[in-house]
Design a binder for this molecule. Structure first.
Ligand code: AMP
Length: 281
């Protein structure tokens, strides 16, 4: 596996691949890799001839007081996992490489960030859209794979790539879960054993919404209240419990077609998110 630390070195490799007629699949990550990340590398492998995984803890997507300084890192372990997975190249740029001295250009969406996570993390999606634009430019990716775990992020990137006419196809991958149902996340490493147990309220909240819908309840307010109830039961702080249109992310009043149940809750300082597609039967 090749390891690149500068955009120009990665770009030279990407050009060589393209000249040889090979397509490129990119999986952007912040590292501390788990099976969720690796599942995306497998999707990229199925869709492209060469797979690049980037590891970059992007400072511009963290707000003041968030966990940028303590975000978990394990470069050696990550590189081993990627090599085992048969990834062709890892891209590990420095902050200065991604944000050259005096950088002042950002990519900002107008509407999609004004929902869900964007409401409590006002600079987050601007940072995500900006760094992904740079990663797409550096890797010349034909396909980029993002997890549905960060469903709003997937929509933001898909919209941005379309709006900016970027020559990259955005593909979503299903959420990979621990055996007990908790969605895998690098941030799960922060949880104390006690909070790890309480965190199961997050997937339980999605179960509750799904069960009500299956029983014929289509009033989104009732589903939201049930989701919030699961979080309250374990004494965690709810950020949002939402039932939204899967394209616009606007709240729905009634679940009459496909809808997305989405939730964010705080377990001590650790913010966990999860979501699930709901279908009215
Ligand atoms: P992160 O390193 O947390 O920024 O995540 C990098 C990519 O992996 C994003 O596209 C995430 O949506 C995706 N991802 C994170 N956790 C999971 C998971 N449990 N299942 C599937 N994809 C995931």
């Amino acid at each position: 596996m090749d390891i690149f630390r500068t955009a120009s070195a990665l770009r030279a490799q990407a050009r060589a691949w393209h000249r040889a007629g090979l397509s490129i699949g990119l999986v952007p990550t912040m590292g501390y890799l788990h099976d969720g990340h690796l599942s995306l590398a497998r999707i990229a492998r199925a869709r492209a001839d060469r797979v690049v995984v980037s590891i970059f803890v992007n400072p511009t997507q963290f707000g003041p007081g968030e966990d940028l300084d303590r975000y978990p890192r394990d470069e050696a372990g990550d590189l081993e996992a990627l090599a085992r997975e048969g990834v062709d190249a890892a891209f590990l740029p420095s902050v200065r490489e991604m944000y050259p001295e005096g950088a002042e250009t950002f990519v900002q969406l107008e509407r999609l960030p004004e929902h869900l996570c964007g409401m409590s993390r006002p600079v987050h999606f601007r940072g995500v859209a900006t760094v992904c634009t740079k990663l797409f430019a550096a890797s010349a990716a034909d396909v980029a794979v993002f997890g549905e775990k960060d469903y709003q992020q997937l929509l933001v990137i898909r919209r941005m790539a379309r709006d900016l006419l970027l020559p990259v196809e955005i593909v979503g991958g299903p959420i990979v879960r621990e055996a007990d149902g908790l969605a895998m996340s690098s941030r799960n490493a922060y949880l104390s054993p006690e909070d790890r147990r309480r965190a199961l309220a997050v997937p339980r909240a999605l179960d509750a919404a799904e069960a009500l819908l299956r029983a014929g309840e289509t009033d989104a307010a009732v589903l939201r209240a049930a989701m919030a109830g699961e979080i309250a039961k374990v004494g965690a702080a709810l950020d949002y419990a939402a039932i939204v249109d899967p394209d616009s992310l606007d709240d729905v009043l009634r679940v009459e077609g496909p809808a997305r149940a989405a939730i964010a809750a705080l377990f001590g300082p650790t913010r966990l998110i999860d979501n699930r597609l709901l279908h009215a039967s």
